[in-house]
Ligand binder design. Sequence first.
Ligand code: BEZ
Length: 249
Amino acid sequence: MTTWDSQAYDRDFAFVAAYGAELLDWLKPQPGETILDLGCGTGDLTARILEAGATVIGLDADPAMIDAARARLGDSVELRVADAHDFSVERPVDAVVSNAALHWMPAQVEVLGCVSDALVDDGRFVAEMGATGNVAAITTSVDEACREAGLPPRVWPWFFSSPAQYAAMLEDAGLEIRQLDFYDRPTKLAGADGLAKWLSMFASDVISDLPAEVLERAEEKARPTLWRDGDWWADYRRLRFRAIKVVSS
Ligand code: BEZ
């Protein structure tokens, strides 16, 4: 399992939380609702849902993230270390929300089964995740640098779905799509070391055996596409959706 440096995550990748806040417009949390934040990380989105007057349950697989969320939120929120492929709630919730976490989960059918089971009838599932082609310029640059150096191809750990594929999986889990966006969102990785920091935060297992020259070569290869005006721009491509649990007969 990937483990995270929660402080570096909040410091260097604050954009994850900032973009996550946009999900609130899709979620529309209401006072009195119970909302589950799946892959809550350090709890930024969780805090915003709480501010809206909802009760929140935050789940994350990484104990370090749950510790950081607890430091931020105290006891006002139920926070649990849990595997998204195998979780359940005592009482069904009004909504499940997930920001930039689903693409880390290898068995989507299991995840969506748990999400569906956790929701009340008509409950909402609102999420943003990487879509097909997400960060392809980054992974291709590293792969090409490895090939040139005679190193084995990388195995990238993420699941990036097309809109059609994900809509079908949601439907199979009893979740009906009501709104779906599929869009490019170039994302600034500030400064000359922005790409290196991104790789070491999010792909540390993938690059751990690579010599510095190979990583430098990967940067050289990525530069014409991803370096603009003094910053790196990761080629993020997003799926954002709102689905409803269809009423069981
Ligand atoms: C993403 O949010 O799209 C993402 C973040 C880290 C690694 C891969 C994808």
